[in-house]
Structures are given as structure tokens and as C-alpha cells.
Design a protein. Structure first.
Lengths: 441, 276
């Protein structure tokens, strides 16, 4: 064998080894996510991530919200390790963080600028000051109303309305003969459906789920006042069949000009002002969620966030992806490709200081004001032993919230009185909390 | 002698049959129509029946977001694989129960069927743990076994019913001629039971194709079938009805077409032995 042949073979072997080493260094991470506009957009921008990080390959699993919750819970509880990045909300993060199911995000790079995250959102995603998930988009709730109908009815909805203002406006705009209902609110049973709204409404009336000793308070006069007013609003000025209406149903009604007002997630602001889908896009006004003079507004706080399960076998690659997807640079990338109005809202202070964003999103200022008005660590007028604004951050709440939601949905459908629904709710809550060991007998 | 039926009665019966058929098929027809609507028209109230802006945009968007054919191929492998494996186990089991029944055969059959009444979620954690230990999560082979086990009681029951219709004397004659047990099952019993086996196969392919609990829980990307494909297009926040309808149409189309062509066989199989 000549020297040159040997050299050629040696070089080929080295190249082969180098290629094999490079191939081995590629890490594949599996991302579990939900199906909504912002998440779908993120999947479409995967190429940009791959360009910056060719050593990390992304695999997506998109699931319906409840299915995702079930799959991810099963996987983490059994240490299955199927997912490296999971999409979870402000309800799960405190519970799962406490249980050691999530890897702490305390080593994000300096350029990530963790201090830029909106304080209420950051608080909702932290346990004892440690961040366990990075917010992808955040939301509160606010009032969306038809400016043209309000004007025609001769009323003005203040930027910071009370429930009395809302009642008066609903009565003035209600005109079922023309197919317009004064107000549309959630009625479909579920802890994340009607109970998200009703818990915030009750908060603003001075109610709370539990006292400091975890004793249920659903039979209190504050809860009764809140539920009575909710039923009065819906039966007098709401659409028919409201007990089966959730976010999507009300969104459809509002976009088709059938609601004078709608109190729901701030993320709906971009949907109702989108002229491609909304017939009333030019006529929508925004106001903060109402209060009842108790010092708390009826607005919630939620953030779809990205976290790394403790069972992941590629935590570093997962964190790299999360740092990219929730960064300022990602917001700029979306703005370049899809326009500023499509940037995921409600996570960073800098976005709300950006003149381009504020010009493109008419709901931006009201969104940030709503988010800042929510405090997950002090959600109610009276003290409570739990965190969470529109939920109670304990594992039992999913089941409890949905069962209680069924009681209130039945009351809305006319199958129960307020007193009957509240008495049942109190009994269910007492039983659940006793069985779970919160109440010692 | 066949009973005489008046023309008027025939017309009423036909109209009634069409009415019931339309009622049953309506959700599928509505899903199909919605899949061609733009999103705002998909949720319009009052609903738009045919006078909408027909578009295939939803299908294009669905395919762009997720590759349908990956999921389709997994569905095919899981449905065929689990049915084939089920037959290999169920044919000998049904043979022994039909031709050499023991004192507890009936009880055994009832017990097998009773396992179908247990909700899957009750055994989710143990099965998930077994899959973790055996490294079977997100693998086709793992799901083939699970789907086979889920449908095995139905396969055994159906085959048992068909085998009972076959005279035992024929099998005895084969034995007299010196056929071994394996030959007896393979060359005598199976050919005679082909119609029954065919309808069992068809029904189990449909059941495996539609199974949407284990196939969603035990997979992520590699073995995910069409049930997971559809699940990803559902959303409680945001309007995706038209895309969801397009994804559903794509997922049910193959099994619907298969059912259409084999409906005679299916009906015959399901009503086999019903009248004696």
C-alpha cells in the first residue's frame, strides 16, 4: 500500500468518525403542546430554530388540552420520559413544581432577560421564587363590548366598570328581536370553563373558595350575591341555551354581532378585531373586568407556558428550546413573518413598551392593565390558604371545580335554584376536602 | 309463502329507511361539508348548508401542519397487526371452546366478555409502567399487543359462534383420515369458517382503527395513528372547526370506504346464527 493510499484511507476513516460523532451529537426533543393559533405558528417557525441550533431536532405532539393534561400527568407520574418540553398552565406549575415533577428554570442565559417577564405571570409560574416554566403567552380577562350598540343605546361603558355598570349596559343593549343579546358569558360546566369566570366574579364580590383553615365557603352570602347576579344577567339579557356556551361558542356569537358585551379571555381581543373572521371588528371596545367596590376586579390570570419535566433525558436541549421560544427574539421573528398583531401576548414588559405592537394591537393596553390587576398570591378580598386567581392550585380542584361548575350550569339551565346549587356545591366541597385530608375531623 | 306487501306500504318503508339512514349518516355528512367551508362559515348561525365558498384550504392546512400519511400508515399497521395476531390466538381458543367444551367454558366466555366492561383508565398506570419497563412506549409492536388484547374477547366470541355452526362430524371425518390437530384446524375448519373469519377480521379492523384511548396515551410521534392526528386539531380556545372536520374526514375516509365495499360481508357476519 502506497503512502498516498494509506493517507487517503486514514482521512476517510477520520471523516467517517467525525460524521458519526456529529450524528451522535444530534439531540431529539419531543414537545407536547396544545392546538391554538400561537402554538401552530411556533411549529411553523421550527426552521428558524433549526438554523440556529442544528444539533437539536424537534418533534411535535399536539393534543387537545384535557388529553394533553392526562397524557403528560401519566408520563411524569410514572417517569415515562416521553416528553422533553410540555405545555402547561398556571394551574399545574405550582402543583407540579412543588412535587418535583419539573426541572427548575434557574439557569436561563443572561440575554434571556428573565426580569423582563411580567411580574404577575412570573409569580404564577414560580414556586418559592424559583421559575419552573417560561410563559409562551399570557392572558387575563376583560370586557369586550360593541361601541356602536352602546352609542345607539345612549350609554357609555367606563374603562373601569362596576357590575352595576355592566348590568345597566346589558339592559340597554339587549334587543332579542334583532338577535342581539345584552351580554354573553360562559355557562358550560368545567373548572376551566364556567368556573374560571364565576370564580373571578365571586372574587370581586368578596367571596373565596376556602377560609384559612380550608373550610369551604360556597354557602357564604358573597357567593350567593355573585351567583344571583350572574343568573340575573344571563336569564334577562343572555342568549338562549347559555348553559352550553364556552369560549368558542361565545366567540362565535360575538363575532357574528349577537352579543352587546362579552367578558372573557384577553386573547379573544385579537379574534374579535380580526376583520377576516369578525363582522364587528371595527366596533369593538375594551374595558377592565368589573368590580363590586371590594377592591378586587373579576379578572383572571393564565399563561400557557413551556416547562421541562423532571423525567426528560435531554433537559439542556429542552431548556435551549424554551429559551428560544419565549425570548424577545422570537417575538421579533413572529413580527417579521406574521406582523406585530400576531406576536404572543402577555408575557414580557418590553412588548408593551413597543410602539409598533401598541399600534397594531388595539387591545394591548387593556390587556396589560388587566394582567397587572391580577395577583395570584392574593386573589381574594379576605385571606386564603391557596394561590391562583380563577382556580385553587391544589390537585383536587380539577374534579371539584368541574363538579361545582355542573351545579351552577344546572342553575343557569333552570334546573336548580341558587340556594340549592350553592348548598350542593358546599356539600361537595366539604366532602372532597375532608376525603383529601385538608379538613381534620 | 312470502307475505304480499302493498306498494303504498313499500313506499312508506323505503321513506322510513331513508329517513333513519340519513339521521345516522348526518353527522358524517355535516363533517364532510364543514371540511370544505372557510372557518367563519363553519360556525355560522344559522348554519350554511351548501351555499358557502367551497375551499380545499382546510385540507392543505391540515396536511401542512402534520403529515397525514405517517399517521395513516401507523393506523394500517396497528389495525391489521392486532387483528392478525388476535386470529392466531383466537382460532385455536374458539376451536377448543366450540368442539371440546369443558364444564366451565360458558363461564370462561362470559368472563372474557366482562373484561370489555372495565374502563381502560382503571388499568392505565399499571400498563403504562409495564410499557416504560419494557421500552414499548411509542412503539407499534406494543400497541399491536394492547389492541389485540382489547379486542380478543370479541374475536373469540365471534369465532366461537361461527364454529358452533359447523358440524363436528366433518372434523371427526378428517381425524379418521389421519389429519393432525393442526391440519384439521388449518385445512378443514378454517376454510369452512372463512365467511365468519372474514367478518370477524373486518369488524376488528374497524374497532382497532377507531380505538382512541390507548392509541393516544401510549404514543407520541413514531407509532401515533390517526386518532392522535384528529386529537391535535381540537381546541377549546380558538376556532378550528373546519380544520378539525377536514382532519376527521381524512381519518375516517379509509375505514368508511372499506366498510362500504364489505358491508354485505359485515351484515352477514353480524347476523350469522341470529335466526335459528
Amino acid at each position: 500500500m502506497t503512502f498516498s493510499t494509506r493517507a487517503l484511507l486514514g482521512a476517510t476513516a477520520l471523516c467517517g468518525l467525525g460524521y458519526a460523532a456529529a450524528a451522535q451529537e444530534t439531540t431529539t426533543i419531543t414537545i407536547a403542546t396544545v392546538n391554538n393559533g400561537d402554538m401552530v405558528r411556533m411549529q411553523g417557525l421550527t426552521d428558524a430554530f433549526n438554523e440556529a441550533h442544528p444539533d437539536i431536532e424537534l418533534e411535535w405532539v399536539t393534543l387537545e388540552e384535557n388529553t394533553l393534561r392526562q397524557n403528560v400527568t401519566t408520563d411524569i407520574a410514572t417517569n415515562g420520559g416521553q416528553y422533553d418540553v410540555i405545555t402547561i398552565g398556571t394551574y399545574e406549575v405550582p402543583i407540579w413544581g412543588n412535587q418535583g415533577w419539573l426541572a427548575p428554570l434557574d439557569d436561563l442565559p443572561a440575554e434571556y432577560d428573565v426580569d423582563d417577564l411580567l411580574p404577575p405571570i412570573r409569580a404564577g409560574l414560580s414556586v418559592d421564587g424559583t421559575l419552573y416554566a417560561a410563559p409562551f403567552y399570557g392572558e387575563s380577562s376583560f370586557v369586550m363590548y360593541r361601541r356602536d350598540l352602546a352609542e345607539a343605546a345612549g350609554i357609555a361603558i367606563p374603562d373601569q366598570p362596576t357590575w352595576e355598570d355592566i348590568k345597566a349596559a346589558a339592559a340597554a343593549m339587549n334587543n332579542p328581536e334583532t338577535g342581539v343579546h345584552g351580554i354573553c358569558l360562559r355557562g358550560k360546566a368545567g373548572w376551566g370553563e364556567n368556573m374560571a369566570f364565576l370564580t373571578t366574579m365571586a372574587n370581586s364580590y368578596g367571596a373565596r373558595w376556602f377560609d384559612e383553615n380550608w373550610q369551604p365557603q360556597l354557602d357564604s352570602r358573597e357567593w350567593k350575591a355573585a351567583i344571583t347576579d350572574y343568573l340575573e344577567l344571563m336569564t334577562s339579557y343572555g342568549p338562549p341555551g347559555a348553559s352550553s356556551n364556552g369560549f368558542n361558542e361565545n366567540l362565535t356569537l360575538f363575532q357574528q354581532g349577537r352579543c352587546g358585551m362579552w367578558i372573557d379571555a384577553t386573547v379573544a381581543g385579537s379574534f374579535v378585531t380580526d376583520p377576516n373572521n369578525s363582522t364587528v371588528a371595527e366596533q369593538v371596545g375594551f374595558a377592565l373586568a368589573p368590580d363590586a367596590g371590594q377592591g378586587k376586579r373579576a379578572n383572571w390570570l393564565w399563561a400557557w407556558s413551556l416547562a421541562v419535566p423532571a423525567s426528560s433525558d435531554a433537559p439542556e436541549a429542552a431548556k435551549t428550546f424554551i429559551a428560544w421560544a419565549t425570548s424577545k427574539e422570537y417575538a421579533n421573528l413572529v413580527a417579521e413573518t406574521e406582523g406585530w398583531a400576531n406576536v404572543p401576548p402577555g408575557t414580557r414588559t418590553s412588548l408593551y413598551e413597543n410602539a409598533d405592537y401598541l399600534a397594531a394591537a388595539p387591545f394591548a393596553q387593556m390587556t396589560i392593565d388587566s394582567i397587572n390587576a391580577a395577583d395570584p398570591n392574593s386573589p381574594t378580598v379576605q385571606p386564603v390558604p391557596y394561590t391562583g386567581v380563577q382556580f385553587v392550585a391544589i390537585p383536587e380542584f380539577q374534579g371539584l371545580g368541574t363538579t361545582v361548575g355542573q351545579e351552577f350550569s344546572a342553575a343557569l339551565a333552570g334546573q336548580k335554584t341558587v340556594d340549592e346549587a350553592l348548598a350542593s356545591a358546599q356539600e361537595i366541597a366539604t366532602q372532597t376536602m375532608t376525603e383529601a385530608g385538608y379538613i381534620q375531623q | 309463502m312470502a307475505r304480499a306487501v302493498s306498494t303504498q306500504r313499500k313506499a312508506v318503508n323505503t321513506a322510513l329507511a331513508w329517513g333513519v339512514a340519513l339521521l345516522i349518516a348526518f353527522p358524517i355528512l355535516w363533517t364532510f361539508l364543514t371540511s370544505f367551508k372557510p372557518e367563519p362559515q363553519a360556525v355560522a348561525s344559522p348554519p350554511v348548508w351548501f351555499g358557502f365558498d367551497w375551499t380545499v384550504r382546510n385540507y392543505v392546512d391540515v396536511q401542512r401542519q402534520r403529515d397525514y400519511f405517517d399517521y395513516f400508515w401507523n393506523s394500517v399497521v396497528l389495525a391489521l397487526g392486532s387483528t392478525a395476531l388476535g386470529l392466531v390466538i383466537a382460532i385455536p381458543a374458539a376451536w377448543s371452546m366450540a368442539f371440546v367444551p369443558g364444564a366451565k367454558t360458558k363461564d370462561l366466555l362470559m368472563w372474557m366478555l366482562s373484561t370489555k366492561m372495565m374502563p381502560g383508565v382503571a388499568v392505565l398506570v399499571p400498563i403504562y409502567l409495564v410499557f416504560v419497563w419494557l421500552g414499548l412506549l411509542d412503539t407499534r409492536i406494543g400497541l399491536v399487543v394492547v389492541l389485540m388484547l382489547i379486542n380478543l374477547p370479541i374475536i373469540v366470541w365471534m369465532l366461537y359462534t361461527y364454529f358452533r355452526e359447523i358440524p363436528g362430524e366433518i372434523l371427526e371425518a378428517a381425524r379418521m383420515d389421519g389429519a393432525s390437530l393442526g391440519r384439521e384446524i388449518l385445512y378443514v375448519l378454517t376454510p369452512m369458517a372463512i365467511p365468519g373469519i372474514a367478518s370477524t377480521v373486518l369488524l376488528n379492523i374497524i374497532l382497532a382503527w377507531n380505538e382512541a384511548f390507548w392509541t393516544i396515551v401510549l404514543t407520541t410521534t413514531n407509532a401515533a395513528p390517526l386518532t392522535k392526528f384528529i386529537s391535535g386539531f381540537s381546541s377549546p380556545q380558538g376556532l378550528f372547526y373546519a380544520k378539525l372536520s377536514a382532519a376527521s374526514t381524512m381519518a375516517i375516509a379509509p375505514i368508511l370506504i372499506m366498510g362500504w365495499f364489505s358491508q354485505k360481508q359485515l351484515v352477514r357476519g353480524l347476523t350469522f346464527g341470529a335466526v335459528k
